[in-house]
Write a protein that binds this ligand. Sequence first.
Ligand code: ZN
Length: 249
Amino acid sequence: MWIAIAIIAFLLIALYLSAHYNWWRPKVDENYPRVLMYHSINRSVEGIAPDLVVSPEAFETQLQYLNKNGYKFYTISELLEAKSTGKAVVLTFDDGFRDNFTEMFPVLKRHNAKATIYLAPDIEGIERLDQHQIIHMRDSGLVEFGAHTMHHVNLDKAESGVAFAEINESKAVVEQLTGLACKAFAYPFGRFNDETVEQVKKAGLSSAVSVKKGIEQVTDPFRIKRISVLGSTNSLQFHLAITRGRYRV
Ligand SMILES: [Zn+2]
């Protein structure tokens, strides 16, 4: 009897760990680019889901891991324009949190890494980057700025005219803020449809990232998959995410 219970308990624990860590997934080709998704880098941010907030210490450990394992950092447009990249990683940050300057940028510089920040200029409910901070990061040559709609809207649900205006205007405002062409876009909430893709192209953008999980060779630059790094992601999970593309079922 007790042996049966022990065996069942062991199997349940093994099943849980397998589902949680995905160690059994095959490794992804190391020459496929890793596009990571972050939001806030901070200790904690009021009103923001804890999983969207990665501590500066964890972020630093992740950059150390990437450098130690021979990954080269690119911005999203550099990656798409490069002829050959080798082991490539793109760090993306959605929404334009102020802490991307105060907390993330110092760590980025220390590790000579690069980032792509997608700004939603009129997003509500977060402390946003100001233009001075944006210019400072632009001048470092380490940060590309992309667009993320004006108000962080669900483009799959928005009326067609509204959706296009949100995309087009955010591109124009990012260009005003940076003084540079804005080529990159991120779909808010990862929500889009075929018409959204056409609108992003029509606005003159050259790429768009989704929240679909995975690592692959980029064949469609308007449906780029990403790996989300969360506040709860531990070092083992980060390693599995980088090598396997995901760490949870
Ligand atoms: Zn967002």
